[in-house]
Design a protein around this ligand. Structure first.
Ligand code: S3P
Length: 434
Protein backbone atom coordinates (compact mmCIF):
# COMPACT_ATOMS: atom_id res chain seq x y z
CA UNK A 1 0.00 0.00 0.00
CA UNK A 2 1.46 3.31 -1.21
CA UNK A 3 0.88 6.29 1.09
CA UNK A 4 1.16 10.01 0.39
CA UNK A 5 1.78 12.34 3.31
CA UNK A 6 1.83 16.12 3.03
CA UNK A 7 3.57 18.65 5.20
CA UNK A 8 1.57 19.43 8.38
CA UNK A 9 -0.51 22.57 7.96
CA UNK A 10 -1.56 22.64 11.61
CA UNK A 11 -0.08 21.49 14.92
CA UNK A 12 -0.65 18.09 16.50
CA UNK A 13 -3.02 18.52 19.44
CA UNK A 14 -4.92 16.21 21.75
CA UNK A 15 -4.74 13.14 23.91
CA UNK A 16 -3.73 9.73 22.65
CA UNK A 17 -3.48 6.29 24.19
CA UNK A 18 -1.05 4.29 22.08
CA UNK A 19 -1.61 0.51 21.69
CA UNK A 20 -0.10 -2.03 24.07
CA UNK A 21 3.59 -2.79 24.31
CA UNK A 22 4.71 -5.36 21.74
CA UNK A 23 7.45 -6.96 23.86
CA UNK A 24 5.16 -7.29 26.88
CA UNK A 25 2.26 -8.63 24.75
CA UNK A 26 4.44 -11.41 23.23
CA UNK A 27 5.62 -12.42 26.68
CA UNK A 28 2.14 -12.29 28.19
CA UNK A 29 1.08 -14.91 25.62
CA UNK A 30 4.15 -17.07 26.20
CA UNK A 31 3.99 -16.96 30.00
CA UNK A 32 0.21 -17.39 29.88
CA UNK A 33 0.58 -20.56 27.79
CA UNK A 34 3.20 -22.04 30.15
CA UNK A 35 1.43 -21.10 33.41
CA UNK A 36 -1.08 -23.20 35.30
CA UNK A 37 -4.58 -21.83 34.69
CA UNK A 38 -6.02 -18.74 33.02
CA UNK A 39 -3.98 -15.59 32.38
CA UNK A 40 -6.10 -12.50 31.74
CA UNK A 41 -4.40 -9.86 29.60
CA UNK A 42 -5.77 -6.34 29.16
CA UNK A 43 -4.32 -3.82 26.72
CA UNK A 44 -2.91 -6.60 24.50
CA UNK A 45 -1.34 -5.32 21.27
CA UNK A 46 -3.63 -6.59 18.52
CA UNK A 47 -1.05 -6.46 15.73
CA UNK A 48 0.40 -8.87 13.18
CA UNK A 49 3.51 -9.72 15.22
CA UNK A 50 1.59 -10.58 18.38
CA UNK A 51 -0.94 -12.61 16.38
CA UNK A 52 2.03 -14.62 15.06
CA UNK A 53 2.87 -15.57 18.65
CA UNK A 54 -0.75 -16.47 19.39
CA UNK A 55 -1.06 -18.63 16.28
CA UNK A 56 2.14 -20.56 17.14
CA UNK A 57 0.77 -21.37 20.60
CA UNK A 58 -2.63 -22.30 19.16
CA UNK A 59 -0.80 -24.89 17.05
CA UNK A 60 0.83 -26.13 20.24
CA UNK A 61 -2.60 -26.79 21.75
CA UNK A 62 -3.24 -23.57 23.68
CA UNK A 63 -6.68 -21.91 23.62
CA UNK A 64 -7.12 -18.13 23.52
CA UNK A 65 -10.33 -16.19 24.16
CA UNK A 66 -10.19 -12.72 22.56
CA UNK A 67 -12.43 -9.72 23.01
CA UNK A 68 -10.68 -6.84 21.23
CA UNK A 69 -7.56 -6.07 23.30
CA UNK A 70 -8.57 -8.36 26.17
CA UNK A 71 -7.15 -11.85 25.87
CA UNK A 72 -7.52 -14.87 28.12
CA UNK A 73 -4.86 -17.54 27.73
CA UNK A 74 -5.88 -21.02 28.87
CA UNK A 75 -2.46 -22.02 30.24
CA UNK A 76 -1.49 -25.69 30.34
CA UNK A 77 1.62 -25.42 32.47
CA UNK A 78 5.30 -25.87 31.64
CA UNK A 79 4.70 -29.42 30.39
CA UNK A 80 1.39 -28.90 28.59
CA UNK A 81 2.42 -27.96 25.03
CA UNK A 82 1.53 -30.58 22.41
CA UNK A 83 2.60 -31.21 18.80
CA UNK A 84 -0.12 -32.71 16.60
CA UNK A 85 1.98 -35.39 14.83
CA UNK A 86 5.23 -35.57 16.73
CA UNK A 87 6.63 -32.66 14.66
CA UNK A 88 4.98 -29.27 14.40
CA UNK A 89 5.60 -26.51 11.81
CA UNK A 90 5.31 -23.03 13.28
CA UNK A 91 5.18 -19.79 11.26
CA UNK A 92 6.46 -16.71 13.05
CA UNK A 93 5.73 -14.12 10.32
CA UNK A 94 7.83 -10.95 10.62
CA UNK A 95 8.53 -11.46 14.33
CA UNK A 96 12.13 -11.99 15.40
CA UNK A 97 10.98 -11.94 19.04
CA UNK A 98 8.60 -14.86 18.46
CA UNK A 99 11.24 -16.81 16.54
CA UNK A 100 14.06 -16.41 19.02
CA UNK A 101 12.19 -16.74 22.32
CA UNK A 102 10.11 -19.64 21.01
CA UNK A 103 13.29 -21.50 20.06
CA UNK A 104 14.23 -21.49 23.75
CA UNK A 105 10.77 -22.72 24.76
CA UNK A 106 10.74 -25.49 22.12
CA UNK A 107 14.25 -26.85 22.76
CA UNK A 108 13.25 -28.80 25.93
CA UNK A 109 9.82 -30.02 24.72
CA UNK A 110 9.18 -33.74 24.16
CA UNK A 111 8.53 -33.23 20.40
CA UNK A 112 10.18 -31.75 17.30
CA UNK A 113 9.41 -28.43 15.65
CA UNK A 114 10.23 -26.46 12.53
CA UNK A 115 10.29 -22.71 13.10
CA UNK A 116 10.20 -20.37 10.10
CA UNK A 117 9.19 -16.78 9.40
CA UNK A 118 8.79 -14.46 6.44
CA UNK A 119 11.68 -13.45 4.15
CA UNK A 120 12.87 -10.80 6.60
CA UNK A 121 12.90 -13.12 9.64
CA UNK A 122 14.53 -15.89 7.60
CA UNK A 123 17.44 -13.52 6.83
CA UNK A 124 18.02 -12.49 10.46
CA UNK A 125 20.87 -14.01 12.51
CA UNK A 126 19.83 -17.03 14.59
CA UNK A 127 23.30 -18.30 15.57
CA UNK A 128 22.95 -16.04 18.58
CA UNK A 129 20.30 -18.45 19.93
CA UNK A 130 21.50 -21.65 18.24
CA UNK A 131 24.90 -21.46 19.97
CA UNK A 132 23.86 -20.97 23.61
CA UNK A 133 20.93 -23.38 23.32
CA UNK A 134 23.25 -26.01 21.79
CA UNK A 135 25.62 -25.47 24.71
CA UNK A 136 22.69 -26.29 26.98
CA UNK A 137 22.26 -29.59 25.11
CA UNK A 138 19.58 -28.53 22.64
CA UNK A 139 19.31 -30.17 19.23
CA UNK A 140 18.69 -27.06 17.10
CA UNK A 141 19.82 -26.67 13.48
CA UNK A 142 19.50 -24.10 10.75
CA UNK A 143 17.74 -26.12 8.02
CA UNK A 144 19.68 -24.36 5.23
CA UNK A 145 22.89 -24.35 7.29
CA UNK A 146 23.17 -20.57 6.96
CA UNK A 147 22.68 -19.60 10.60
CA UNK A 148 19.14 -18.43 9.86
CA UNK A 149 15.58 -19.78 10.14
CA UNK A 150 14.00 -22.16 9.25
CA UNK A 151 15.18 -23.91 12.40
CA UNK A 152 14.62 -27.60 13.13
CA UNK A 153 14.42 -28.24 16.87
CA UNK A 154 14.30 -31.76 18.31
CA UNK A 155 13.35 -31.65 21.96
CA UNK A 156 15.99 -32.79 24.44
CA UNK A 157 16.99 -32.60 28.12
CA UNK A 158 18.81 -29.32 28.78
CA UNK A 159 21.58 -28.44 31.23
CA UNK A 160 22.34 -25.25 33.08
CA UNK A 161 25.09 -22.98 31.67
CA UNK A 162 26.74 -19.66 32.43
CA UNK A 163 26.55 -17.90 29.10
CA UNK A 164 28.40 -14.71 28.27
CA UNK A 165 26.53 -13.08 25.41
CA UNK A 166 28.50 -10.93 22.96
CA UNK A 167 25.37 -8.80 22.32
CA UNK A 168 22.95 -7.05 24.66
CA UNK A 169 19.87 -8.77 23.28
CA UNK A 170 16.64 -9.35 25.18
CA UNK A 171 15.61 -11.98 22.66
CA UNK A 172 18.79 -14.01 23.22
CA UNK A 173 18.60 -13.55 27.00
CA UNK A 174 14.93 -14.56 27.00
CA UNK A 175 15.49 -17.66 24.85
CA UNK A 176 18.14 -18.90 27.31
CA UNK A 177 16.07 -18.07 30.40
CA UNK A 178 12.95 -19.77 29.02
CA UNK A 179 15.01 -22.86 28.17
CA UNK A 180 16.55 -22.60 31.64
CA UNK A 181 13.16 -23.13 33.26
CA UNK A 182 13.43 -26.76 32.07
CA UNK A 183 17.18 -27.31 32.66
CA UNK A 184 18.67 -29.68 35.24
CA UNK A 185 20.61 -26.85 36.91
CA UNK A 186 20.70 -23.04 37.15
CA UNK A 187 21.42 -20.87 34.10
CA UNK A 188 22.94 -17.44 33.89
CA UNK A 189 23.30 -14.98 31.04
CA UNK A 190 25.81 -12.14 31.20
CA UNK A 191 25.16 -9.34 28.74
CA UNK A 192 27.41 -6.35 27.96
CA UNK A 193 24.71 -3.87 28.97
CA UNK A 194 21.21 -4.42 30.28
CA UNK A 195 18.68 -5.16 27.54
CA UNK A 196 14.92 -4.90 28.16
CA UNK A 197 14.01 -6.89 31.27
CA UNK A 198 10.36 -7.80 30.65
CA UNK A 199 11.12 -11.54 30.74
CA UNK A 200 12.79 -11.24 34.14
CA UNK A 201 9.77 -9.29 35.46
CA UNK A 202 7.38 -11.97 34.15
CA UNK A 203 9.52 -14.78 35.59
CA UNK A 204 9.52 -13.13 38.96
CA UNK A 205 5.78 -12.39 39.05
CA UNK A 206 5.00 -15.97 37.91
CA UNK A 207 6.98 -17.30 40.90
CA UNK A 208 10.37 -18.23 39.38
CA UNK A 209 13.63 -17.41 41.16
CA UNK A 210 15.48 -14.89 38.99
CA UNK A 211 18.11 -12.34 39.98
CA UNK A 212 19.95 -9.55 38.14
CA UNK A 213 23.40 -8.45 39.24
CA UNK A 214 25.36 -5.49 37.82
CA UNK A 215 29.04 -6.41 37.42
CA UNK A 216 32.08 -4.16 37.85
CA UNK A 217 32.80 -3.91 34.09
CA UNK A 218 29.30 -2.50 33.34
CA UNK A 219 27.85 -5.84 32.24
CA UNK A 220 24.87 -7.57 33.90
CA UNK A 221 24.41 -11.17 34.98
CA UNK A 222 20.88 -12.58 35.07
CA UNK A 223 20.54 -15.92 36.90
CA UNK A 224 17.59 -18.30 37.02
CA UNK A 225 16.86 -21.48 38.94
CA UNK A 226 14.91 -24.22 37.13
CA UNK A 227 11.29 -24.17 38.10
CA UNK A 228 8.49 -26.71 38.59
CA UNK A 229 5.60 -24.47 37.61
CA UNK A 230 4.59 -20.90 36.77
CA UNK A 231 1.52 -19.23 38.28
CA UNK A 232 -1.06 -17.54 36.05
CA UNK A 233 -1.72 -13.86 36.69
CA UNK A 234 -3.52 -10.73 35.53
CA UNK A 235 -1.41 -8.80 33.01
CA UNK A 236 -2.07 -5.14 32.30
CA UNK A 237 0.00 -4.24 29.22
CA UNK A 238 1.21 -0.62 29.25
CA UNK A 239 1.25 1.51 26.08
CA UNK A 240 4.27 0.89 23.85
CA UNK A 241 6.92 3.59 24.22
CA UNK A 242 8.25 2.49 20.82
CA UNK A 243 4.90 3.53 19.29
CA UNK A 244 4.63 6.65 21.46
CA UNK A 245 8.05 7.66 20.08
CA UNK A 246 6.53 8.63 16.71
CA UNK A 247 4.10 11.10 18.30
CA UNK A 248 6.75 12.43 20.66
CA UNK A 249 8.97 13.35 17.74
CA UNK A 250 6.11 14.55 15.51
CA UNK A 251 4.91 16.94 18.25
CA UNK A 252 8.45 18.18 18.89
CA UNK A 253 8.95 18.96 15.18
CA UNK A 254 5.63 20.55 14.17
CA UNK A 255 5.31 24.12 15.53
CA UNK A 256 2.48 24.75 18.01
CA UNK A 257 2.00 21.06 18.89
CA UNK A 258 1.02 19.81 22.32
CA UNK A 259 0.13 16.14 22.83
CA UNK A 260 -0.64 14.09 25.95
CA UNK A 261 0.25 10.41 25.63
CA UNK A 262 -1.49 8.37 28.33
CA UNK A 263 -0.42 5.14 30.07
CA UNK A 264 2.90 4.72 28.26
CA UNK A 265 5.34 2.10 29.56
CA UNK A 266 8.48 3.75 30.94
CA UNK A 267 10.47 0.70 32.03
CA UNK A 268 14.03 2.09 32.46
CA UNK A 269 15.39 -0.55 30.06
CA UNK A 270 13.12 0.95 27.37
CA UNK A 271 12.90 4.66 28.12
CA UNK A 272 16.24 5.88 26.73
CA UNK A 273 14.41 8.00 24.17
CA UNK A 274 13.01 10.28 26.90
CA UNK A 275 16.51 11.00 28.19
CA UNK A 276 17.93 11.64 24.71
CA UNK A 277 15.07 13.88 23.56
CA UNK A 278 15.40 15.93 26.74
CA UNK A 279 19.14 16.25 26.10
CA UNK A 280 18.20 17.53 22.64
CA UNK A 281 16.09 20.26 24.27
CA UNK A 282 12.65 18.63 24.26
CA UNK A 283 9.89 19.90 26.53
CA UNK A 284 8.60 16.61 27.95
CA UNK A 285 6.76 16.14 31.27
CA UNK A 286 6.38 12.62 32.67
CA UNK A 287 3.74 11.87 35.33
CA UNK A 288 4.30 8.39 36.74
CA UNK A 289 1.08 6.44 37.40
CA UNK A 290 2.41 3.05 38.57
CA UNK A 291 5.77 1.41 39.24
CA UNK A 292 5.10 -2.34 39.26
CA UNK A 293 5.24 -4.80 37.65
CA UNK A 294 5.84 -2.55 34.62
CA UNK A 295 6.06 1.21 35.27
CA UNK A 296 3.88 3.48 33.14
CA UNK A 297 3.19 7.20 32.93
CA UNK A 298 1.36 10.00 31.14
CA UNK A 299 3.75 11.96 28.92
CA UNK A 300 3.08 15.55 27.86
CA UNK A 301 5.14 16.81 24.93
CA UNK A 302 5.29 20.30 23.43
CA UNK A 303 6.93 21.58 20.27
CA UNK A 304 10.58 22.47 21.02
CA UNK A 305 13.71 23.69 19.26
CA UNK A 306 16.10 20.71 19.20
CA UNK A 307 19.88 20.49 19.01
CA UNK A 308 22.24 17.64 18.12
CA UNK A 309 23.62 15.12 20.68
CA UNK A 310 25.95 12.15 20.97
CA UNK A 311 24.15 8.81 21.42
CA UNK A 312 26.35 5.80 22.23
CA UNK A 313 27.29 3.20 24.83
CA UNK A 314 25.07 1.54 27.40
CA UNK A 315 21.96 3.61 26.59
CA UNK A 316 21.72 2.05 23.10
CA UNK A 317 19.72 -1.08 24.10
CA UNK A 318 17.23 1.19 25.94
CA UNK A 319 16.36 3.03 22.69
CA UNK A 320 17.40 0.64 19.93
CA UNK A 321 13.93 0.50 18.32
CA UNK A 322 13.50 4.28 18.59
CA UNK A 323 16.76 5.16 16.77
CA UNK A 324 15.06 5.51 13.36
CA UNK A 325 12.69 8.21 14.64
CA UNK A 326 15.45 9.77 16.77
CA UNK A 327 17.46 10.06 13.53
CA UNK A 328 14.51 11.95 12.03
CA UNK A 329 14.50 14.32 15.04
CA UNK A 330 18.26 14.77 14.56
CA UNK A 331 17.83 15.72 10.90
CA UNK A 332 15.62 18.65 11.99
CA UNK A 333 17.79 19.60 15.00
CA UNK A 334 20.52 22.25 14.99
CA UNK A 335 24.03 20.83 14.85
CA UNK A 336 25.48 17.34 14.67
CA UNK A 337 24.04 14.14 16.11
CA UNK A 338 26.29 11.08 16.28
CA UNK A 339 24.79 7.63 16.77
CA UNK A 340 27.39 4.93 17.55
CA UNK A 341 27.53 1.39 19.05
CA UNK A 342 24.26 0.62 17.27
CA UNK A 343 25.42 -2.04 14.78
CA UNK A 344 22.42 -4.15 15.89
CA UNK A 345 20.28 -1.82 13.76
CA UNK A 346 21.67 -3.57 10.69
CA UNK A 347 19.99 -6.87 11.65
CA UNK A 348 16.50 -5.66 12.55
CA UNK A 349 13.44 -6.01 10.27
CA UNK A 350 15.62 -4.20 7.70
CA UNK A 351 19.15 -2.78 7.76
CA UNK A 352 17.91 0.33 9.54
CA UNK A 353 21.21 2.23 9.26
CA UNK A 354 21.17 1.87 5.46
CA UNK A 355 17.42 2.54 5.21
CA UNK A 356 17.56 5.69 7.37
CA UNK A 357 20.63 7.04 5.59
CA UNK A 358 19.20 6.49 2.10
CA UNK A 359 15.78 7.94 2.89
CA UNK A 360 16.97 10.93 4.93
CA UNK A 361 19.35 11.79 2.10
CA UNK A 362 16.47 11.55 -0.39
CA UNK A 363 14.74 14.26 1.67
CA UNK A 364 17.85 16.46 1.52
CA UNK A 365 19.49 15.69 4.90
CA UNK A 366 23.26 15.47 5.33
CA UNK A 367 23.83 11.97 6.73
CA UNK A 368 26.95 9.87 6.86
CA UNK A 369 26.58 6.14 7.37
CA UNK A 370 29.08 4.43 9.70
CA UNK A 371 29.44 0.69 10.41
CA UNK A 372 27.60 1.03 13.73
CA UNK A 373 25.52 4.17 13.33
CA UNK A 374 25.13 7.52 11.58
CA UNK A 375 26.40 11.06 11.73
CA UNK A 376 23.61 13.50 11.00
CA UNK A 377 24.27 17.18 10.28
CA UNK A 378 20.91 18.65 11.24
CA UNK A 379 19.21 21.84 10.31
CA UNK A 380 18.88 21.75 6.52
CA UNK A 381 15.33 22.29 5.26
CA UNK A 382 14.02 18.87 4.20
CA UNK A 383 11.70 18.22 1.25
CA UNK A 384 9.18 15.47 0.62
CA UNK A 385 10.61 12.52 -1.32
CA UNK A 386 9.99 8.96 -2.48
CA UNK A 387 10.69 6.73 0.54
CA UNK A 388 11.51 3.03 0.42
CA UNK A 389 10.24 1.45 3.64
CA UNK A 390 11.77 -2.01 3.02
CA UNK A 391 8.54 -3.38 4.53
CA UNK A 392 9.89 -2.26 7.91
CA UNK A 393 7.16 -0.82 10.17
CA UNK A 394 9.48 1.50 12.07
CA UNK A 395 11.01 2.93 8.88
CA UNK A 396 7.50 3.61 7.50
CA UNK A 397 6.31 5.38 10.67
CA UNK A 398 9.56 7.34 11.06
CA UNK A 399 9.19 8.80 7.57
CA UNK A 400 5.51 9.55 8.10
CA UNK A 401 6.78 11.78 10.94
CA UNK A 402 9.56 13.28 8.80
CA UNK A 403 6.98 14.03 6.09
CA UNK A 404 4.97 16.24 8.47
CA UNK A 405 7.96 18.48 9.10
CA UNK A 406 9.29 18.50 5.52
CA UNK A 407 8.07 20.72 2.67
CA UNK A 408 5.81 19.21 0.01
CA UNK A 409 4.65 15.63 -0.42
CA UNK A 410 6.32 12.43 0.75
CA UNK A 411 5.40 9.05 -0.73
CA UNK A 412 5.97 5.85 1.25
CA UNK A 413 6.30 2.99 -1.28
CA UNK A 414 4.72 0.50 1.14
CA UNK A 415 3.02 1.58 4.34
CA UNK A 416 0.99 -1.58 5.03
CA UNK A 417 3.88 -2.82 7.20
CA UNK A 418 2.69 -0.54 10.05
CA UNK A 419 0.30 -3.45 10.83
CA UNK A 420 3.28 -5.30 12.33
CA UNK A 421 3.21 -3.16 15.47
CA UNK A 422 0.62 -0.39 15.03
CA UNK A 423 -2.32 -1.12 12.68
CA UNK A 424 -4.18 2.15 13.51
CA UNK A 425 -1.10 4.39 13.23
CA UNK A 426 -2.30 6.58 10.34
CA UNK A 427 -5.78 7.01 11.87
CA UNK A 428 -4.30 8.02 15.23
CA UNK A 429 -1.88 10.44 13.58
CA UNK A 430 -4.74 11.94 11.53
CA UNK A 431 -6.84 12.42 14.69
CA UNK A 432 -4.08 14.54 16.30
CA UNK A 433 -3.85 16.72 13.19
CA UNK A 434 -7.59 17.43 13.04
C1 S3P B 1 12.77 -7.25 21.69
C2 S3P B 1 14.10 -7.04 21.86
C3 S3P B 1 14.89 -6.10 21.04
C4 S3P B 1 14.02 -5.24 20.13
C5 S3P B 1 12.88 -5.98 19.54
C6 S3P B 1 12.01 -6.59 20.61
C7 S3P B 1 12.08 -8.15 22.62
O1 S3P B 1 15.81 -6.83 20.29
O2 S3P B 1 14.81 -4.64 19.13
O3 S3P B 1 12.10 -5.11 18.75
O4 S3P B 1 10.83 -8.07 22.73
O5 S3P B 1 12.77 -8.95 23.27
P1 S3P B 1 17.12 -7.48 20.97
O6 S3P B 1 16.91 -8.92 21.10
O7 S3P B 1 18.21 -7.15 20.03
O8 S3P B 1 17.27 -6.87 22.34
Amino acid sequence: MKKEITSATQPLRGVIKVPGDKSVSHRAVMFGALSDGDTHITGFLSSADCFSTISCFEKLGITFLRDQDNVTVRGKGLYGLRAPEGEVSLYTGNSGTTTRILSGILAPQPFSSILAGDDSVNRRPMRRVIEPLSEMGADIKSVNDNGCAPLRIRGSQLHGIDYVSPVASAQVKSAILMAGLYADGPVSVTEPSLSRDHTERFLSSCGAEVATKPLDDGSYRISLKPCAHLSAQEVRVPGDISSAAFFLVAALLVPGSEVLLTDVGINPTRAGILKVLRQMGADITVTVKAERPEPYADILVRHSALHGVDIRGSIIPALIDELPVIAVAAAFADGTTTIADAGELRVKESDRIAAMTENLRAMGAAVQETPDGMIIEGGSALCGAQITTYADHRIAMSFAVAALAAAGVTVLDDASCVAISYPSFFDDLGALLR
